[in-house]
Design a protein around this ligand. Structure first.
Ligand code: SF4
Length: 475
């Protein structure tokens, strides 16, 4: 079956800290509300309970899964909610002990009792959650969803139905793997971004594609800007100090600007010394992931935990590599990144609960490497090689967030993913990639096999690695 995944499925605007544990459960709650509306039972709800399973339960507190569920059930949209309203909405639920279901029906709600953290795993996927409503007529209705990474949510029966009745992809050039993508590039004599653009046109007008890609970029830029200008300690109890602020101050000095766009232009005019390049890239990545850790607005790329890599590498291209780069290159970059991410999603996973951090930082690094390689003039073979190199050197990377918070090692890890992406693109650009020894599909498959072999302690459960060797109380 050809799976039709748009660039806009891979790059989604949302709220931190986690795509699988925050955005996914939020979207699941919205879908459950929709089911109640379709069943005409929303007005009949007496009370509601939410059961979280597996990784959603084990790291759900640190990843704000409970808050996401409450916000989703309250009828809030993660893409558009003013993030400054989140604290008040949650505080009201906690103090008033009521939930305004879909902004339509008010029901009693005791978060500590009505959101149940079950340590056991459901068989279908590591991130399961079940919503159950008890109705005024003494009946009940429940629905189970799975958050499969990157904000994607499925129901088991829907997924099985899809397998039985093959759904035809609407794209003129359906792509299941890297080889198929390369074949299209070769036969059509097009770059990867040009093939992706043709596919996207099957779903949107050219103007819509332009506007959406620029909205994604502007959200990334604003996120980096906010992160570079926010001081203090991140929430959650680990006492992690925001570092992008100081790093940025040291780099930018006293230069004046009044908006994210002016800031970008000021940095572009700054003469960046060689030894400052890594600092700038790291600063951009830290900024995004500090915003993410404080429930700010980010672009899921392909997940929230790894949201800093792609903006940092695109920013590197604009402020270091090509000061003339504009909308054309930004769109090109995002389309290539999205397509490479979708190849990993189809052939492996982008869920840390399934594959550890190689599925998050590894995939984001591969996406960024490929995108950078194309805007720097790489051929489709070189672009795929860049993605392959970036993933090859993330294989086996475990997920072990301390305290279940998307902070240590997550925030710094984005700087590493960004820097490896730049190096991977440079290596690919210097290589005749026609006869690559390790084609991209092989590394996708290797990542999936590694994911299956990985002990569950290292798959977003906080039961292994740094999460157990570092005592949260000592932080
Ligand atoms: S360790 Fe990696 S995969 Fe795990 S939460 Fe952090 S960024 Fe995500």
């Amino acid at each position: 079956m050809e799976e039709c995944i748009s660039v806009f499925d891979m790059l989604k605007i949302g709220v931190g800290p986690s795509s699988s544990h925050t955005l996914g459960p939020w979207r699941a709650a919205e879908r459950f509300l929709q089911e109640l509306k379709e069943n005409q039972t929303l007005e009949l709800v007496n009370y509601i309970k939410v059961n979280l399973y597996g990784s959603l339960s084990l790291t759900g507190k640190g990843h704000a899964t409970d808050l996401a569920v409450m916000l989703g059930l309250s009828g809030q949209d993660p893409e558009y909610i003013p993030v400054e309203n989140i604290d008040k909405i949650i505080n009201d639920i906690n103090t008033q002990k009521v939930l305004h279901l879909g902004k339509q029906t008010t029901v009693p709600f005791f978060p500590e009792e009505d959101i149940i953290f079950n340590r056991n795993f459901l068989p279908f996927h590591a991130n399961g959650l079940t919503f159950t409503v008890f109705l005024l007529d003494d009946t009940e209705y429940s629905s189970t969803f799975y958050s499969i990474g990157g904000g994607f949510v499925v129901k088991e029966e829907r997924n099985n139905a899809k397998k039985k009745h093959k759904i035809k992809c609407a794209f003129p050039y359906p792509i299941q793997n890297a080889e198929e993508l390369l074949n299209y590039c070769n036969t059509l004599n097009k770059s990867i971004s040009e093939v992706v653009f043709e596919n996207e046109k099957a779903m949107r007008t050219e103007e819509e594609i332009h506007n959406e890609l620029m909205r994604i970029w502007n959200t990334m830029l604003e996120c980096m800007y906010i992160g570079c200008h926010s001081e203090g300690i991140l929430p959650g109890g680990l006492n992690v100090r925001r570092r992008a602020f100081d790093m940025h101050q040291n780099l930018i000095g006293e230069l004046p600007y009044n908006s994210p766009q002016e800031w970008l232009e000021v940095i572009r005019k700054t003469e960046v010394k060689f030894r400052q390049i890594l600092k700038w890239v790291s600063c951009f990545a830290l900024a995004v992931n500090e915003v993410n850790a404080s429930l700010g607005r980010v672009v899921t790329a392909p997940t929230n935990g790894s949201a800093g890599v792609i903006p940092a590498v695109l920013m590197y291209y604009m402020v270091i590599e090509n000061h003339q780069a504009g909308e054309k290159e930004i769109k090109q970059f995002l389309m290539v990144a999205g397509e490479i991410g979708s190849i990993f999603k189809k052939g492996a996973t982008i869920s840390a609960a399934m594959g550890g951090c190689q599925a998050e930082i590894g995939v984001s690094s591969a996406m960024a490497a490929a995108a950078l390689c194309e805007v720097m003039g790489g051929t489709p073979d070189q672009v795929q090689m860049a993605a392959e190199i970036a993933m090859e050197h993330h294989l086996g990377l475990t997920c072990d967030p301390i305290g279940g918070l998307v902070q240590i090692p997550c925030i710094e890890r984005n700087t590493m993913g960004a820097i490896k992406a730049i190096n991977a693109a440079e290596l690919a650009l210097e290589t005749d990639a026609k006869n690559a020894k390790v084609p991209l599909d092989k590394v996708v498959n290797t990542m999936w096999k590694t994911a299956q072999d990985m002990n569950s302690k290292y798959k977003e459960t906080s039961e292994g690695g740094l999460a157990v060797t570092v005592n949260m109380a000592d932080c």
